[in-house]
Ligand binder design. Structure first.
Ligand code: SF4
Length: 263
């Protein structure tokens, strides 16, 4: 049986009634090329307990915000594309943080597998993984696990939350034999210290091993800054430069030196 939510003060605000039948959807994207293998249909769900300084979707943060949607309605959104997606890619559930709606998302993954046999990917920072049982991950083919920073203090400063649950999630997924793409946002002054990158690469090599298929280095961009302003939130990264090609190459090389594909 799936637990519905983590014992988290923010998460306790999630409406639990009939959670398996209803979710809270921010938006969908029908032809995404950067959210998993091939062409993806992406569900962006509402709700996140992190506050990443670089978040380009702060409009997804509100727990219980967005459009209330039934499981059948969510499945109907993808149905016209399912035949194409089966050949060309698959479906990704992202956010926000989709595991904040674990009951609904687990049911959605199971439904998409049964009805369409699509390749499925979950984009998560893993913070709430302990709230679900192992079999919750059965219909998930790939986990795109966002590890924001391995240094605990810097992670907390960057996201407002602890890093340990994300690392434990990676360990657990390795134990379950679940393929992972690790996503790492490269932010000058926050995540680009070679010592931190090397510590993350060592962790992946030594503890996670072959279940990490690749690391995606995502250079900071400011395309979401206007959303912070629209929401009346201070955007702390104003003026922070985007990483240079040299820093990006050096970061990739740290992973490559440990036999980890970094793109
Ligand atoms: S985990 Fe994702 S959605 Fe949540 S604050 Fe960070 S970048 Fe934004």
């Amino acid at each position: 049986m799936n637990h519905l939510c983590a014992p988290d003060p923010l998460c306790s605000r999630v409406p639990h009634a009939r959670e398996h039948e209803h979710g809270f959807l921010h938006s969908v994207e029908t032809g995404a090329a950067v959210d998993g293998p091939g062409m993806r249909f992406v569900y962006f769900l509402n709700g996140c307990m992190f506050r990443c300084l670089y978040c380009h979707n702060p409009d997804t943060w509100k727990i219980g915000g967005g459009r209330a949607i039934t499981l059948d309605e969510a499945v109907a959104e993808i149905a016209p594309y399912a035949r194409f997606l089966k050949r060309a890619g698959g479906v990704t559930v992202s956010g926000g943080e989709p595991m904040i709606q674990a009951g609904f998302v687990g049911a959605l993954f199971r439904e998409l597998k049964v009805r369409f046999r699509l390749h499925t990917a979950l984009d998560t920072q893993g913070f709430l993984h302990a709230a679900v049982d192992d079999d919750w991950f059965d219909p998930v083919d790939l986990v795109m696990l966002d590890i924001k920073q391995i240094d605990p203090a810097k992670h907390k400063a960057l996201t407002g939350r602890d890093v340990l649950p994300s690392l434990d999630c990676a360990r657990r997924l390795a134990r379950l034999g679940k393929p992972m793409w690790i996503r790492y946002v490269l932010v000058p002054g926050h995540t680009d210290d070679p010592k931190d990158v090397a510590a993350l690469a060592d962790f992946l090599k030594d503890e996670i091993g072959p279940w990490v298929e690749r690391v995606e280095i995502l250079p900071l961009h400011h395309l979401g800054a206007f959303k912070w302003k629209e929401l009346g939130l201070p955007y702390a990264l104003d003026g922070v430069p985007t990483p240079s090609p040299e820093i990006i190459a050096e970061t990739r090389a740290i992973f490559a030196a440990r036999g980890i594909l970094a793109i």
